[in-house]
Design a protein around this ligand. Structure first.
Ligand SMILES: Nc1nc2c(ncn2[C@@H]2O[C@H](COP(=O)(O)OP(=O)(O)OP(=O)(O)O)[C@@H](O)[C@H]2O)c(=O)[nH]1
Ligand SMILES: [Mg+2]
Length: 305
């Protein structure tokens, strides 16, 4: 059946929630691959990441967004703009993710205010159900959210790492898409180049391996990306840090930390791209890049004027 068929459904399903709600984990479970970086640190996702899912008579474009926050510096402003665009303009359906083990909804107040004003349908998705064994607590949370958001039309409970509840959600999302032709050609599963993912997975490993402010102050840029050279495939990337004092931390004693980063990032890239790569990393200081529009433009966080 082609997308020109009248019964074809197609649209954007936007995953929104607080940092660490489990958006990227769910996106990966929905897409059936490790497409979007996941770490235990909040604010891992910095830009919208698409995963395109297709069936006989539908195409759903899932959109992973950065966690909702109050921006303190320019990078965070660009992250907020990503959410604004996805929720306010692109969405045909919003999947509002709330951690089922959340003790309180106080932190959700402003996010809920935003979601209460959207024009498209909203599905509530309670995540991390494995961490919330108390059915009553889960039910209370659901009631409280529905009271705050009368526009929630359906509720799902998922544990994405165990793929629990994911298939049911997927089917409901496909059903909820409006009638219309596909947005992307059949067979396309994302809108980004491979070098974008290479940079993202190096950053993911930085989030996993380093502590405190280091992950937040780093940005990865791929300088060279060669392929189709078999065992000679090669990626050279630069890790930008904000301050001179961060450089020795990233490199570690005798280069031990960066060697570990190189190894784990290379493995992650090879796993994702399905080909061998030799990864080389260097570190450079780009003062205050998180608050500098020129750097943010260069890294693709904002459109160039
Ligand atoms: N126990 C448990 N942990 C989960 C579940 N889903 C996600 N996590 C963990 O929660 C943490 C955050 O997950 P992410 O998917 O990165 O969350 P996110 O909402 O994308 O976070 P940001 O990109 O920072 O906004 C990771 O450590 C995940 O492994 C779940 O169902 N159960
Ligand atoms: Mg994320």
């Amino acid at each position: 059946m082609s997308s020109a068929n009248k019964s074809f459904r197609s649209g954007f399903a936007v995953l929104a929630g607080l940092p660490n709600a489990g958006k990227s984990t769910l996106l990966n479970a929905l897409a059936g691959g490790l497409l979007s970086p996941v770490t235990d640190k909040p604010q891992t996702t910095r830009q919208n990441i698409l995963a395109i899912m297709e069936g006989e008579d539908f195409q759903v474009v899932f959109v992973d967004t950065p966690g909702f926050l109050h921006p303190r510096y320019k990078l965070q402003q660009t992250m907020s703009a990503c959410i604004e665009r996805a929720v306010g303009e692109d969405a045909d359906l919003i999947l509002l993710l709330v951690d089922a083990s959340a003790q309180s909804l106080a932190e959700h107040k402003d996010l809920f205010a935003k979601i209460s004003r959207v024009f498209c349908p909203v599905f509530l998705v309670l995540t991390k159900t494995d961490l919330q064994r108390e059915t009553a607590a889960c039910d209370n949370l659901e009631k409280e959210i529905k009271a705050a958001l009368p526009n929630v039309s359906r509720v799902f409970k998922v544990c994405a790492p165990r793929a629990e509840g994911v298939e049911e959600l997927k089917q409901a999302v496909a059903q909820a898409m409006p009638a219309g032709p596909a947005y992307f050609p059949s067979g396309q599963w994302t809108d980004r180049w491979e070098r974008f993912y290479a940079a993202e997975f190096i950053r993911e490993q930085i989030f996993k391996l380093y502590k405190k402010e280091i992950p937040y102050g780093t940005q990865v840029e791929v300088e060279e990306f060669t392929e189709n050279l078999g065992s000679k495939n090669y990626i050279r990337a630069v890790v930008h840090v904000e301050r001179e004092s961060q450089k020795p931390i990233l490199i570690g004693k005798g280069g031990a930390a960066i060697a570990e980063l190189r190894k784990s990032a290379q493995k992650r890239i090879e796993q994702f791209l399905g080909r061998p790569y030799r990864l080389e990393l260097r570190v450079t200081v780009s003062p205050n890049w998180r608050d500098d529009i020129k750097w943010l433009e260069r890294f693709g966080y904002v459109e160039k004027e």
